[in-house]
Design a binder for this molecule. Structure first.
Ligand code: PRP
Length: 215
């Protein structure tokens, strides 16, 4: 039985979904693979083919928190999540170049239309505030947790701020991209304290990540 304090154990926090799917080939080139039944099951701690390396399956927004507190030494997480993260104690050494998309403002019309203070629906509160503040606009933020495309269509908001990959979700819901906020991709994050305590192991893994990301 391995424990959290095991000096020879490295834990990588990651979220299920696109990030997970696109990380698997990258991890595989590093010699880290997960047994098929574990990929399909409900386990949240997954052992890997590399002795001493395990994956922790958490919500994407929780990945930086697990790494900040050192429960996981490493994490794989989208830049969109890191832009919302206000904690500390982490390095972000590598752009893994996977799960690429864009954080965008989208609306029903190609130009933002509003007769009063702009209402923006999003789960990206911090990035949205910063984007509109930089344009000198004060906006009313409506925090949603998903299906944001509905908000402008049903009159809840004038526009949304959300991730756009293929653009199919916007199109299917009668929305069009209006403003680009940021290019997004997955980053490797590292707990700063662990970098000192487990320096050799983590440096080796970070180098492997760098090489795998280049392939
Ligand atoms: C994201 C995003 C959009 C969609 C965009 O949702 O919120 O809804 O992907 O992708 P597209 O441009 O290729 O259509 P995701 O499926 O990640 O789930 P979420 O709604 O829980 O964020």
């Amino acid at each position: 039985m391995t424990t959290q304090t095991d000096k020879n154990l490295t834990t990588i926090a990651i979220s299920k979904g696109r990030v997970f799917e696109e990380s698997l080939p990258l991890l595989s080139t590093m010699g880290i693979s997960v047994a098929g039944e574990d990929l399909e099951g409900r386990k949240l701690v997954l052992s890997t083919s590399q002795p001493g390396v395990r994956l922790l399956v958490v919500r994407s927004r929780d990945v930086p928190t697990y790494v900040q507190y050192g429960v996981a030494e490493l994490g794989i997480v989208g830049k969109d999540v890191l832009m919302e993260f206000t904690g500390g104690g982490i390095y972000e050494p590598i752009d893994l170049g996977i799960a690429k998309c864009r954080l965008m403002v989208a609306a029903t019309e190609p130009q933002l239309q509003h007769s009063r203070r702009l209402r923006v629906a999003t789960k990206y509160v911090r990035s949205t505030q910063q984007h509109f503040a930089a344009k000198g606009l004060q906006v009313e933020l409506i925090k949603l947790y998903g299906s944001m495309e509905l908000a402008p269509v049903l009159g809840l908001a004038d526009c949304i701020v959300d991730l756009v990959a293929t653009g199919n979700t916007l199109k299917a819901n009668g929305l069009t991209p209006v403003e680009h906020i940021a290019d997004i991709s997955c980053r490797l994050i590292v707990n700063k304290a662990a970098m000192k305590i487990k320096s050799a192991t983590l440096r080796r893994l970070i180098e492997q990540f760098k090489l795998a990301a280049k392939e």
